[in-house]
Design a protein around this ligand. Structure first.
Ligand code: ADP
Ligand code: ADP
Ligand code: ZN
Length: 227
């Protein structure tokens, strides 16, 4: 991590309920701005697959659609932020999700002389979330996200990005879990909108439209926030 405030690498946060398009848009921004996408959901799923202690503790919680403990998530994120590639700048996707996590992030960034350039809230209607989440799948090889209706690869079953043919669906992407995940979002994560507004870092984007149009609006915000 850089320790000089003047040359600190950008830190962007994408806020929004499950299925808002955080992962989809983070990948676009990653490519366009040369930043690193950090998804705590992906890091936790990797820990579950690897059977680490944190993964074992997180598995059932994730399957129930509840939030994993702040301690586990903060530790995972802190470790990942220390990797060399993060010096390019990061897009946090799915973190922070609680006030405790937001405060821990402030401390972590202060320690390395960094600051948040923008916390961007993706605004979506709850009613759209079930359709978005139940149609979601990703390429097993490169992680590119797709949707049965809204984002299909050019050739059915073949990833546009890497040619991979193994598509995966998440265990927690079902109608029952979506309700708990939305509840967790409104109770624990939505208060972060006011938290970042209070710091003057909040930006909002209408995330109900077309993926490309939203990406254009987000890029304009990121360009300004990192200039
Ligand atoms: P999040 O990371 O916020 O949970 P994703 O980026 O994984 O959300 O998007 C959820 C699903 O909705 C994916 O299948 C994705 O392809 C699709 N999606 C993302 N953005 C849009 C959009 N603007 N309109 C329609 N579908 C979208
Ligand atoms: P989505 O954006 O669709 O909600 P994620 O991949 O971001 O999905 O997260 C999947 C699950 O992982 C969450 O429902 C939660 O159980 C856990 N998780 C991810 N990030 C966090 C976090 N910052 N704090 C607590 N739990 C988290
Ligand atoms: Zn792929």
């Amino acid at each position: 991590m850089l320790d000089n405030v003047g040359t600190a690498a950008p830190v962007l946060i994408l806020l929004g309920p499950p299925g808002a398009g955080k992962g989809t848009q983070a990948r676009v921004l990653e490519e366009k701005f040369g930043l690193v996408q950090l998804s705590t959901g992906d890091l936790l799923r990797a820990a579950v697959a690897a059977g680490t202690e944190a993964g074992l503790a997180a598995k059932a919680v994730m399957e129930a659609g509840d939030l994993v403990s702040d301690e586990i998530v903060i530790n995972i994120l802190r470790d990942r932020l220390q990797d060399d590639d993060c010096a390019k700048g990061v897009i946090l996707d799915g973190f922070p999700r609680t006030t405790v996590q937001a405060e821990a992030l402030d401390v972590l960034l202060a320690e390395s002389g960094q600051k948040i350039n923008a916390a961007i809230s993706l605004e979506v209607e709850d009613a759209a979330m079930v359709t978005r989440i139940s149609g979601r799948y990703t390429c097993g090889a490169c992680g590119e996200g797709y949707h049965d209706e809204f984002k299909q690869p050019a050739k059915d079953g073949v990833c546009d990005k890497c040619g991979g043919t193994e598509m995966k669906r998440r265990a927690d992407d079902n109608a029952e879990t979506v309700a708990s995940r939305l509840e967790a979002y409104h109770a624990q994560t939505a208060p972060l909108i006011a938290y970042y507004d209070g710091k003057g870092a909040l930006q909002t984007v209408d995330a109900m439209g077309d993926i490309k149009a939203i990406a254009g609006n987000l890029s304009a915000i990121v360009e300004k926030a990192t200039a």
